[in-house]
Design a protein around this ligand. Sequence first.
Ligand code: RM4
Ligand code: MN
Ligand code: MN
Length: 424
Amino acid sequence: MQLDPNAIADFNQRQEENHQRKLSYWTQEVATAEPIIQKLIDFQIAIPSWALGTGGTRFGRFAGGGEPRSLEEKIADVGLLHALNRASGAISLHIPWDIPTDAEAIKQLAASYGLAFDAVNSNTFQDQPDQALTYKFGSLQHVDAAVRQQAIDHNIEVIRHGEALGSKALTVWLSDGSCFPGQLNFRKAFGRTLDSLGEIYSALPSDWKMFVEYKAFEPNFYSMTVGDWGSSFLYATKLGPKAYTLVDLGHHLPNANIEQIVAILLNEGKLGGFHFNDSKYGDDDLTAGSIKPYQLFLIFNELVDGMDARGMNHATSLGWMIDASHNVKDPLEDLLQSVEAIQLAYAQALLVDRQALEEAREANDVAQAQEILQDAFRTDVRPLVAEARRRAGGAVQPLALYRHLNVRQQLIGERGAKTIATGL
Ligand code: RM4
Ligand code: MN
Ligand code: MN
């Protein structure tokens, strides 16, 4: 379904007075309000094609209705999100869950919604029905060269699909590792994985990036061959200048200081991008900012600081992607919430008084340094984010409008109550 632009304008009109009242503090009192609004308008977050349906756990799956049945319908869903918030202008595809059979048509369809294609993702963590060899004991690390070759070929095929769509990056997340001590020769597994990644790297177009995503656990529970940022950094460094580390917020051991990891990778020029989500325990894939919003802010604080130090464009230098799963919420509502949480953290980070913070640090004024960060974090920047959406043609209150228009009911009407989207 397409959103009627008049519906957005009408709904915004109802909020206008309220919105302007909250915004007036910003426009009248805060000198940086305008540049922050502009940065927010430019900042786009890619939606994962694998998270538009209801997610499951290994215990079950409780599907909602009106889930997208095809890649075309997934693109339509992301188009809806983007029409509402004007901040979801890209989609990230997972192959083979979403194979674009007619790339030109898919590209045009996406363009009609104002969407671009962010990183394409390969999948060597599952066996496909038509696949010759199994990934049960790994893919790029496998002891059998034929399995490694099959996984390399798959990744190259994913690059080709991405090229046809105008994608500029490949994300490789490997489930490779071992479940029990003794199962794997760590040194050999690292070497084989590096060689296999090297083959894929050689197939990258010159203007592409390769994102090496790490994860500390699951599905292998004793060791993961790309298990932490250190290993990912090592692979990326050995592979060459087009390879970068990708940080998925749910892929660390408990209590890891992710903002410090981000600061160091960024400073080394090896941070490629993000999979945003939130978690309480592990790779929970919950809505961004729903559990640890302060952590999300602290990550953005390092990002803004580090990107500015290196003269990087906030909107385009890194891959900004969501990787989430929704077991109990409407996926589209959840994604609207995630995008907004990311924008809020970004806006708060832009508010930090960096000069004062540096002065406090140089003076070892710990309390003052903490005050400066918490002052920004405790500021209600929702009017700024709403204004950025409004100016870009989106809804001041996207979730409220989504509900007001009964979008899910309409999707159920179009697609049916029992549909299943490919993905997590
Ligand atoms: C993994 C990882 C990858 C994602 C898969 C579906 O845990 O986060 O990025 O592609 O899940
Ligand atoms: Mn991920
Ligand atoms: Mn994950």
